[in-house]
Design a protein around this ligand. Structure first.
Ligand code: ADP
Ligand code: MG
Length: 399
């Protein structure tokens, strides 16, 4: 034990964190908000750190510390007042996480976050540990990007090593009849921020699924039923639990998620995004060590929602049952739903959407709609996954 470690830390680590205590969350976006609501429901206090004091979690938190992801002083302040700390975003610096860990258990911890928050490290880690990933190269310059495209011999998607999400920090090269000339390479390089990136062969996808796994500090592990995900413009459009894939693929996907969680000695949630290619191969796309958009439906689909599960992991409580209760679909509501072609804002017809059977509405209280910005989601239950999905899409069409 290091000399600088506070005296009560061992005691703090040794016991489950029981309701009444405060939970610290790095990030106050919709994921932090929904985790915070779950924590509140269980009787915890909620402290949030976010650069934006008007963040979605601000409405439900006891405190918001306005600070950036690299602010170790603010991280210490967050953790000092909390009995456990968790996160909703990958970008929190490991320096901040390490600092927070001097004051309270941080779950998931800095070691795993260091691997996941850099796409290059993450891909290399998956490949090194024998998990199936699609063909990829790493590029640190336009020249390396050019060789990567040549070696992969097909259309590629470049992804910046850090900071990308919802398709941001990504560029496509060589799709359709577009030439991969000097100008195209320079543009792609600029689109990923003129910095190190992963270059992936663009795969023919049959389906996308994700598998949420939760692992407690003592190694207890729960794997959710896979979700099936549909993306538009590289942003999740809708998602349904359970995924309509053969039982053998479900087993295979869940085993991969379990193995990744165990290899990392995960403490917390991990969403494993996967591709099923048209030839039936299962590949890991990327990892998200937090609640995931594709499991928003778990509040209604499963015995224990991903948000409560995240809090249970952070607090070292027994994990909740993840069995399927009823098929549930969600559809994201992006700012585009609010914005007219001429840029003016109109309130969507939520009253109309809610006439559809089984449908519920969740909004994140974001004040300004922007194109591509996640403002909320609709969810729908159904007797089958197809019915749940049809209902949620029907409801969305009424907006
Ligand atoms: P993000 O961090 O933005 O979610 P992803 O790597 O998950 O980044 O990419 C977003 C989406 O883009 C994926 O869900 C998938 O639909 C598409 N995509 C990404 N990589 C590939 C690929 N190699 N082949 C085909 N589609 C891809
Ligand atoms: Mg993704």
């Amino acid at each position: 034990m290091s000399g600088s470690m506070p005296m009560d830390l061992l005691a703090k680590h040794a016991r489950p964190v029981l309701p009444g205590a405060a939970i610290g969350i790095f990030g106050g976006g919709q994921l932090g908000r929904m985790m915070g609501i779950a924590a509140r429901s269980m009787g915890y206090k909620v402290h949030v750190l976010d650069p934006d004091p008007a963040c979605p979690a601000g409405y439900i938190a006891d405190f918001v510390i306005e600070a950036g992801w690299n602010d170790r002083w603010a991280a210490a302040n967050l953790a000092r007042d909390c009995a456990a700390v968790t996160l909703e975003i990958e970008q929190v610096s490991t320096v901040s996480l390490d600092e927070a860990a001097r004051w309270a258990p941080v779950r998931p911890g800095a070691a795993m976050m260091a691997v996941i928050q850099d796409r290059i490290e993450q891909k290399d880690w998956l490949a090194k540990h024998g998990f199936p990933v699609g063909p990829y190269r790493v590029a640190h310059s336009t020249e390396q990007l050019a060789s990567a495209v040549q070696e992969l011999a097909g259309p590629v998607i470049t992804k910046s090593a850090t900071g990308g999400y919802d398709g941001r920090g990504q560029a496509k090269l060589g799709f359709g009849s577009s030439a991969v000339d000097g100008a195209a390479l320079r543009k792609a390089w600029e689109d990923v921020g003129s910095a190190a990136c992963v270059v992936e062969l663009a795969l023919q996808l049959e389906k996308e699924i994700s598998v949420m796994v939760a692992r407690a500090p003592n190694g207890e592990l729960k794997v959710y039923p896979p979700a099936e995900n549909f993306h538009e413009n590289q942003i999740l459009s809708w998602s349904v639990i359970p995924a309509g894939v053969p039982e053998t693929l479900v087993t295979e996907a869940q085993q991969i998620a379990r193995d990744i969680a165990d290899t990392f000695a995960l403490e917390g949630l991990l969403a494993v995004e996967m591709f099923i290619t048209t030839d039936g191969t299962l590949l890991v796309n990327e990892l998200a060590p937090r609640p995931h958009n594709s499991y928003h439906g778990s509040e209604r689909a499963c015995v224990t929602s991903q948000f409560e599960q995240a809090i249970r992991c952070a607090c070292d409580l027994p994990l909740g049952d993840v069995a399927l209760v009823q098929p549930t679909a969600i559809a994201n509501l992006l700012g585009d739903v609010w914005l007219q072609d001429d840029g003016t804002v109109r309130e969507p017809a939520f009253d109309q959407a809610l006439t559809i059977e089984g449908v519920r509405l969740t909004l994140y209280e974001k004040l300004k709609p922007r194109r591509g910005r996640k403002m909320g989601h609709l969810s729908a239950v159904g007797s089958t996954a197809a019915e749940a999905r049809d209902r949620v899409l029907q409801a969305k069409a009424k907006l």
